[in-house]
Structure formats: structure tokens, C-alpha cells
Design a protein around this ligand. Structure first.
Ligand code: 3PG
Length: 398
């Protein structure tokens, strides 16, 4: 696909799809990383003298104008991130008023449009809605890798209507993900955690054919342990996934992928901060207790394995890291991986909302080689799926 470098943008009305779907609490942005990560694109466009028109979605308003899902606070957040620079805001994303605002823009100006999802045509990838958007731009830049798994008007449809290119963040995300799983330095390990096997089934199936070591953690490790006939007390478990779990293990064996499950676990009667806990062999979970983290021995075993690897892809925590002390295994493995990254022995790529929160909690997010801004899109990419937003850019370039 094309990038910003391939287009002449001076004086051009440049429609840029960004993902500013950031967490907001009490009207305040609690994590502005998705905004900060788009700044290189905005700066490049400004330097070229483009008229920068930013489009984004926020939340899931389902085709209606929901005031609580306005992007106005986000436009303010962008202004703050740019050191107080003025960002104009349009009360809609299409229509005569927006067009008039765009016509009044000077080179280098920035205009943020209201939430695309206030119109049902966005998610429906409606051709008429996409044409309305296309009217306000001369060129289209997609910098929203984290929304690229959606085939919406602003992520897919527009690429068919205007000259299209990838923004800097889109480029960077794809470069790093390719390094991590496309053509990785081997051995490559994947660490997959999270509560449910059912939501990460396709991911696990794809990974066993791609990686040399697959570490399974979190609640879904319980389902795997149980599928092997191990009693796991009152632990979270998807019993109906037992057969599937066994099939994944079989496939991993056939593909020469080493699967690591917890050998010891931290258990307690309930999930709450500072309850009495004990560490037991995974095969000796008391009937009235539940697994809430991997044990120290397991963390050590994972670290030994990581030392033999050149690449690590991380998605999902190893335990209930939001509640201490069940953050211990995630912390120690994350810190070891960060150490190996800093010393240049391991390339570490992580993604997914929970994962990034876990790495921040472990204090190592700055030490990983790359942290994706994507949640769902990161997962679908790891599942080996083609992302409609990326595909559209590739097609547009042909
Ligand atoms: C995300 O936050 O992962 C993206 O912005 C996509 O949001 P969506 O799941 O509402 O499409």
C-alpha cells in the first residue's frame, strides 16, 4: 500500500481515519496513548501543509447521536497533546455545515469531526454515507490499525473512493506485527492468557502452527488442565471446551509447538484482595479453592523458556492481575521479558487492552519492543485473519 510519502498533500483536504476510542471517566481521558500515537502522522501532514480532517468513532452509539459519546472531549485531549494547539470541531461528520467548515480551512489547520457512528451508514459501510464523507476530502489516510478489523465506511469504503494511503501509526503497527509473527526471528514464543478458551479459540489454533512455544495462562489454562483430567476445584473452567482443548494440544504436538501450562498455581477461596492464599501443584488444587494465578515455579519455567527465544508475542495476563497478590506471575514474567528486551536478547510485542494494562501494572510497558494500540484488531491479526481496513489500502494501491 501507499504511505504519506507517496502523496502530494500540500493544500489537500486530507481525511484521516484515526482511532480515538480512548477510555474516558467523568469526562476525563484516563489513557491518551491512542491520541499520542497518532501525533507523528499529524505532524507529518502539518509539515506538508495538508488540511487535516480527523474522523473517528467513539463507543457504540448504534447510529444515533448520543451526547455522552461526542468526540468533543477527545478533540480537547488532542489539543492538549499538541501543546494547546487549536483543534476545530465539527458538530457532525457529513453535510453542508461540515463542508463549509472544511472550505474555510487553511493549510496545516486541524478539524476533528463528530463521532462517525452517530450515522448508521458508518458501520453498515453504506456507499452513500461513504460518498458523503468523500465529498469533504481530496485524499484518504487510514491511521486506525486498531479499527482495521471493522469493514466500515471510514475504514474500508472510503479507500475505494479517494486516493488512499496508510498513516505512520498504521505503518508502524504492521511493521512490528510482521516482525513478531509474519517473519519472526526464531524460536518464537506466544504467551496467551485471559479468562476464556472460547473467545481465543481461533487464536490458539493459528498460533500452534506459527510459534515454537505457546504459554497458556489465565482462566483458560484451567480449562486445559481440566481437559487433561486434572481436578481444579472451584476454578473458572469451560467444561464444554474440554474436547476442543485436547484437540489444540494434539495439533500443537503435531506441529512441534511446545505448550506450557501452569505446573503450580496460587489458590484461594475467593477472588479478593489479600485473602489467605497458598501455592500448590496444579494437580493438587483443594476442592473448595480456585486457581487465581500461576505459581512461582511456573513463572520460573516460563522465564527459562523465554531465555531460549528470540521473539515473544504477548496477549493476556497469566492471572487475575488486577487483584493483589494474583499479579505476581504476570509481573515476574513481564519483568523478565522486559529485561531480555533491554539487553537485546528478545523482541517483545504485546497487544490487547488487558495486556497493556497488565504491563503498565508490572511497570514494564516502556521496555517492551512494541506495544500495539489495538485490542480486537490485534487478536484478529494474531488469528491470521485479513483485516478489511488493511486489505482496502492494499487494493487501493493496485
Ligand atoms: C477498539 O477500541 O478496539 C476499536 O476502537 C474498535 O472498537 P469497536 O470494538 O467498538 O469496533
Amino acid at each position: 500500500f501507499q504511505t504519506i510519502d507517496d502523496l502530494q498533500l500540500s493544500g489537500k483536504r486530507t481525511l484521516v481515519r484515526v482511532d480515538f476510542n480512548v477510555p474516558i471517566r467523568d469526562g476525563k481521558i484516563t489513557d491518551n496513548s491512542r491520541i499520542v500515537r497518532v501525533l507523528p502522522t499529524i505532524r507529518d501532514l502539518k509539515a506538508q501543509g495538508a488540511k487535516i480532517i480527523l474522523m473517528a468513532h467513539f463507543g457504540r452509539p448504534k447510529g444515533k447521536a448520543v451526547p455522552e459519546m461526542s468526540l468533543a472531549p477527545v478533540a480537547q485531549g488532542l489539543s492538549d497533546a499538541l501543546g494547546g494547539e487549536e483543534i476545530a470541531f465539527a458538530k457532525d461528520c457529513i453535510g453542508a455545515d461540515v463542508l463549509a467548515q472544511v472550505d474555510a480551512m487553511k493549510n496545516g489547520d486541524i478539524l476533528m469531526l463528530e463521532n462517525l457512528r452517530f450515522h448508521a451508514g458508518e458501520e453498515a459501510n453504506d456507499a452513500t454515507f461513504a460518498q458523503e464523507l468523500a465529498k469533504i476530502g481530496d485524499v484518504y489516510i487510514n491511521d486506525a490499525f486498531s479499527a482495521a478489523h471493522r469493514a466500515h465506511a471510514s475504514t474500508e469504503g472510503l479507500a475505494k473512493l479517494l486516493p488512499a494511503a496508510a498513516g505512520r501509526l498504521m505503518q508502524t503497527e504492521l511493521e512490528h506485527l510482521t516482525q513478531a509473527l509474519g517473519q519472526p526471528k526464531r524460536p518464537v514464543a506466544a504467551l496467551v492468557g485471559g479468562a476464556k478458551v472460547s473467545t481465543k479459540l481461533e487464536l490458539l489454533s493459528n498460533l500452534v502452527s506459527k510459534v515454537d512455544v505457546l504459554v497458556i495462562g489465565g482462566g483458560m489454562a484451567n480449562t486445559f488442565l481440566n481437559a487433561q483430567g486434572i481436578e481444579i476445584g472451584r476454578s473458572l473452567c469451560e467444561h464444554e471446551m474440554a474436547e476442543t482443548a485436547r484437540e489444540i494440544l494434539k495439533e500443537a504436538e503435531a506441529q512441534n509447538c511446545k505448550v506450557m501450562l501452569p505446573s503450580d498455581v496460587v489458590v484461594a477461596e475467593t477472588l479478593a484482595a489479600n485473602v489467605p492464599t497458598s501455592t500448590v501443584e496444579a494437580s493438587e488444587v483443594p476442592e473448595n479453592q480456585m486457581i487465581l494465578d500461576a505459581g512461582e515455579k511456573t513463572a520460573g519455567e516460563i522465564i527459562v523458556e523465554l531465555k531460549k527465544c528470540k521473539t515473544l508475542v504477548w496477549n493476556g495476563p497469566l492471572g487475575c492481575f488486577e487483584t493483589e497478590p494474583f499479579d505476581a506471575a504476570t509481573n515476574s514474567v513481564a519483568q523478565a521479558a522486559a529485561g531480555l528486551t533491554v539487553s537485546g536478547e528478545l523482541l517483545t510485542v504485546a497487544g490487547g487492552g488487558d495486556t497493556v494494562a497488565a504491563l503498565i501494572h508490572a511497570g514494564v510497558n516502556d521496555d517492551f519492543s512494541y506495544i500495539s494500540t489495538a485490542g480486537g484488531a490485534f487478536l484478529e491479526w494474531l488469528e491470521g485473519k485479513a483485516l478489511p481496513g488493511v486489505k482496502a489500502l492494499e487494493k487501493a494501491a493496485q
